[in-house]
Design a protein around this ligand. Sequence first.
Ligand SMILES: NC(=O)c1ccc[n+]([C@@H]2O[C@H](COP(=O)([O-])OP(=O)(O)OC[C@H]3O[C@@H](n4cnc5c(N)ncnc54)[C@H](OP(=O)(O)O)[C@@H]3O)[C@@H](O)[C@H]2O)c1
Length: 372
Amino acid sequence: MNLAVLGATGSIGSQTLEVARRRGHRILALASRRASPEFWRLVDEFRPEAYAFEQGDGEAAFGRRVTGESALTELALWPGVDTVVLAVTGFAGLPPLLAALRAGRRVAAATKEAIIAGGDLLRGAVANGLLLPVDSEHAAAFQLLRGRAEGAVRRLIITTSGGALRDWPLERLADARPEDALRHPNWSMGNLITIDSATLMNKGIELIEAHVLFGLPLERLDVWIHPTQIVHALCETVDGALYASLARPDMKLPIEQALSHPEVPVGALRPLEPEDMAELRFSRPDDQRYPSLRLCRDAGTIGGTMPAVLTAADQVAAGAFLAGDIPFPSIVPLVASVLDRHEVVESPDFEALAAADRWARRTAEDLLRRSE
Ligand SMILES: NC(=O)c1ccc[n+]([C@@H]2O[C@H](COP(=O)([O-])OP(=O)(O)OC[C@H]3O[C@@H](n4cnc5c(N)ncnc54)[C@H](OP(=O)(O)O)[C@@H]3O)[C@@H](O)[C@H]2O)c1
């Protein structure tokens, strides 16, 4: 299989490349943000026909360097690519995602910020087999929902570990340092998504992602805390049965499932044994500890440009916490302040979404400066 891997040096990108090495997939196009030593090492190893980066300089002795604002889109549309793996962070993922889908090309998509920003523009893309979710909960939900009529599903539940600060007393959260919040109990991921896991903003964004991907209303989507994260998603049907999808927490499974769909990837993961499932605990997230969930539900219900604003503001806020500029409990209120100031555009086109993304970043940065 021929792949374009956008975000090749990141957590999802490098796990995709591990899968590619093992399964013998060819990498026709590669992109990252920076021309880092790791990026050049990958170019050297995979010898793609085309590659791109935003920051830095240099050229390889082979392949074509694609430059300019539409470089990611050009790579997504590179001739001969069977599947685009979308593993960049943020809104930058939306143009290549839309372009690939419009061209009828399959996309294994991890970039949840682009999915929730895209909203209605992505409608039907999962049902027609072009958009394949890579987020572990959504990949699990995709398997659970396959072949079920929408009317048969009463509720879809996605799980969360509760993040690195789950057991911290509420009054101590203001003392949490970036290194505390970066200690995720089950997954090793990029820094921003790990901070988002601690605030549960990541899970709130995933609620909207499930709504966009599967077309289920937000009232039928739920989040449960499940510390070991062996169960990734549960599907309740109208007869009262509950179906669960269980696997070891390892992103290579959803990556392989997305790449092989509709085939089942043989031996993608070591299966669970009964003793691994001895302790399956679940609880409901507490609104006081995790105000992000309500905020995300509201943003998803309003729709239009609001989800794009949510994720852009969140990236600035989580980045400010990582830089030591704001305390942990200020992340969600900063995002809420940006949402409060936003004038929503209903049924936005791409330009309106891009403008909302820029506006949200600017507004979040202004608010940060004013609070200094
Ligand atoms: N990590 C996980 O387990 C996981 C699970 C589910 C979903 N996701 C989602 O998958 C996406 C990627 O997450 P991650 O954890 O892999 O992030 P990450 O480790 O920070 O990696 C991001 C990758 O994208 C590249 N990149 C960022 N902005 C870019 C741009 N404008 N143009 C080109 N390349 C760009 C980065 O390049 P540089 O290295 O040069 O900065 C890097 O290769 C996120 O949307 C995240 O929410 C991640």
